[in-house]
Design a protein around this ligand. Sequence first.
Ligand SMILES: *[C@@H]1O[C@H](CO)[C@@H](O)[C@H](O)[C@H]1NC(C)=O
Ligand SMILES: *[C@@H]1O[C@H](CO)[C@@H](O)[C@H](O)[C@H]1NC(C)=O
Length: 152
Amino acid sequence: MEIVLKHVCLLALCCIFAVAGCNRGKSKDDSHIARPSDCESFEKIDVHLTIQNKIQPEYFEYNVTLHDVPKHQLIRHLELAAEKDKHFKFSSTYFPGMGYFINSINGLAGKWDPDQTFWEILNSDFAQVDEGASYIPNHEEFVVFNFTKSSH
Ligand SMILES: *[C@@H]1O[C@H](CO)[C@@H](O)[C@H](O)[C@H]1NC(C)=O
Ligand SMILES: *[C@@H]1O[C@H](CO)[C@@H](O)[C@H](O)[C@H]1NC(C)=O
């Protein structure tokens, strides 16, 4: 029976904690029974996202705070933000081996020719992150998607 339970857990893609929880089935103490959230292997963080366009009409700035979300690539947080606030609706292109490029946010798309505009991603220090939307934010980090113009 224990083996069957173990397999059920593995099939459900649960993590080590959940398997341990299943083993505890024979114990009367259920205070440590695995909950669904234990099945995620990601640390949970709070992250603040801002989208801002200060360079051309229609200007906008919107903030959203995500609580208790997996510490994961920013693109996943942007998905969660889009679920929460329609202004965060975005489109992106995935380049194998390179990651995600943000095409548009809130209906505003970067235009290389002739504007040289694009969505840059800034971390809490207002430094552009090299990984783009593949960047993994830290707990309580403020991330800004800033519509900008190339200076070159
Ligand atoms: C968004 O958050 C930033 C940073 O906390 C803050 O300076 C700004 O005033 C906020 N903007 C809006 C529209 O709430
Ligand atoms: C966002 O982009 C604008 C336009 O390029 C720029 O002036 C501004 O400094 C950027 N914001 C931050 C926080 O870097």
